[in-house]
Design a protein around this ligand. Structure first.
Ligand code: SF4
Length: 231
């Protein structure tokens, strides 16, 4: 492998948007958060609300510029999202630098790439794509084991999220959770796709099955229903 000799501060990332908002899709929902949204995704989920991350052209931004934006919000969480952030190798020095600066860092990933390269201090929020997503069977081999191992090392350091479109998806996710006892080792989130699955139906199924998972609504879409970017 050729060694990257470029100074870390100058290394580029393809950025879709940087913004400051309310965290909306994890156990950290409700807290102020700086978002670093990386461009590009290797999946094409039918319900995707971030198509602009892979359908539009994006300019490269040096790490030092991104870090300078984050420094403007010293008490906020920092979330790295996408697209799929792990597609860009320079996300690794970005995470390392944020951890070194004692920031609380969340990484949202679609689960298709190995998470074992992510620094242990980073809180991973990993999707497991369901059959109805359009991106089924994309989970990287070893990621369920890696998620459990992260939580054994640092409790709460890998959350697992299922985005569900209907009853068949729910049953598939429920059975996977039970098969791997995910809810006993990882914070596990069940989130309904807006306009496809009613939160009331999902709540009823979770209660009926006495399934110890967290019903997760996209908080930012409730606060700002008319905005699709920058929230
Ligand atoms: S993984 Fe996320 S960003 Fe990529 S297509 Fe699916 S929903 Fe969109």
């Amino acid at each position: 492998m050729i060694k990257n000799t470029q100074p870390i501060s100058q290394r580029p990332l393809s950025i879709s948007e940087l913004f400051y908002s309310i965290q909306g899709e994890s156990t950290y929902a409700g807290l102020p958060c700086v978002f670093i949204r990386l461009a590009g995704c290797n999946l094409r989920c039918h319900y995707c609300d971030a198509r602009y991350t892979y359908e539009e052209a994006h300019a490269a931004m040096a790490l030092e510029v991104i870090l300078s934006f984050v420094e403007g919000y010293p008490d906020a969480l920092v979330e790295i999202t996408g697209g799929e952030p792990l597609l860009q190798e320079n996300v690794l020095p970005l995470m390392a630098e944020l951890v070194a600066r004692k920031r609380t860092v969340l990484l949202e990933t679609n689960g298709s790439l190995p998470i074992d390269t992510v620094p242990p201090e980073v809180i991973v929020i990993m999707d497991i794509k369901t059959p109805d997503s359009g991106s089924a069977d994309s989970l990287a081999a070893g990621n369920i084991g890696a998620a459990k191992a992260r939580n054994e090392h640092i409790s709460g350091s890998c959350e697992i999220k299922f985005v569900l479109t209907g009853k068949d998806d729910y049953i598939w996710a429920r059975d996977l959770v039970k098969e791997h006892a995910l809810h006993t080792s990882c914070p596990t989130l069940f989130s309904p796709v807006k306009n496809e699955l009613s939160p009331a139906d999902l709540a009823a199924w979770i209660l009926q099955d006495q399934l110890a998972v967290r019903l997760q609504l996209q908080l930012h879409t409730l606060i700002w229903p008319h905005l699709s970017r920058g929230v």
